[in-house]
Each structure stands twice: as C-alpha cells, then as structure tokens.
Unconditional design. Structure first.
Length: 169
C-alpha cells in the first residue's frame, strides 16, 4: 500500500528530481496546488494571480521511507524562512508548503515543523495545510531535470548527490 504527500519547494523541477532519488518514492508528478481556478496552465500560474504553488505530488511506500523522513528531507532542500522565494525564483507560485491528504498526518507534520522552527530560531515561511486541489502540470515539466540534466535547479548539487548516495545504502 502506498501513501502520498505534496511538497511545494520553489521550482518544482528541482524538488521532483530530488525526491525521485529517494528509495521508497514510488512516483512523482509535478503540478499546481491549492489555487483558485480550474485547470490552470503554466502561463496562468506564472502570473501569480491564480493562487497556485508549484508542487510535487509524491507517492511513497511507507515500508521503505517514512513521512517523517520525507518531510525532514524536504526541509533540507529549502530555505524555510524565505517567503515566496527559493533560489532565483520569486513569486507566490514559488512559496513553500506541505499539503497533506489525511488529517491523521497533521500531528506528525506539526511536530516536525515545531522542531525545525526551534532549531533555526526563526518563524517558518512554510505553509502546512490540507490539499485543496492539485492540477498536473504540462507534460514538458514532468521529470524535467531527468530529460534536461543541465536545466536550472535551485537545490544545490551537493544535496542532490547526498540524496543519490543515501539511496544506495
């Protein structure tokens, strides 16, 4: 049996590529989450008028990787104090967030958020909300960095390498 979680970590290309490296992640899909319109296009989301965040839908096997570990890895891949910005990407579409589909996950997620906030000593600029909606992005965005290895990514190469190495253990 699989479970799912949705992470908005800035540009979805890098976030998807990062999580594809993790053992136990069964599938990923990039798209737009928690917005205010029906079936948005990238061009519409890019205007920052739709309320959507670039988001990665992650399906995982909880026998191989826990929600706790995935969320902790997510926090390693973002600047959790940066509002509406990750790397060179600026705008509400690049905001960070964790969107859950089961209220049973909320206590664990709140605990992780509290621990991260205490560790860094600053308020987090990361949303923690139930998933309202998710629209799959256009096909050319899916596995973008797999298809375009030299493409832009705000996640440091060293962190990507660490994810690959951890997967080999």
């Amino acid at each position: 049996m699989t479970q799912e979680i949705y992470f908005a970590g800035g540009c979805f290309w890098g976030t998807e590529h990062y999580f594809k490296q993790i053992r136990g992640v069964v599938a990923t899909e990039v798209g737009y989450a928690n917005g205010n319109t029906q079936s948005p296009t990238y061009q519409q989301v890019y205007t920052d008028t739709t309320g959507y965040a670039e988001t990665v839908h992650i399906v995982y096997n909880p026998q191989q990787v826990t929600l706790q570990l995935l969320t902790e890895l997510f926090f390693r891949s973002i600047d959790p104090t940066s509002l509406n910005r990750q790397g060179n990407d600026i705008g509400t579409r690049y905001r960070t967030g964790v969107y859950y589909t089961s209220a049973a996950e909320l206590p664990l997620l709140k605990d992780i958020f509290n621990r991260v906030e205490q560790a860094i000593g600053k308020p987090l600029a990361v949303e923690l909300e139930p998933l309202k909606n998710f629209c799959k992005a256009e096909e050319y965005h899916q596995d973008y960095l797999g298809k375009n290895p030299e493409g832009y990514c705000h996640i440091p190469h060293a962190l990507m390498a660490m994810a690959r190495e951890a997967n080999k253990e």
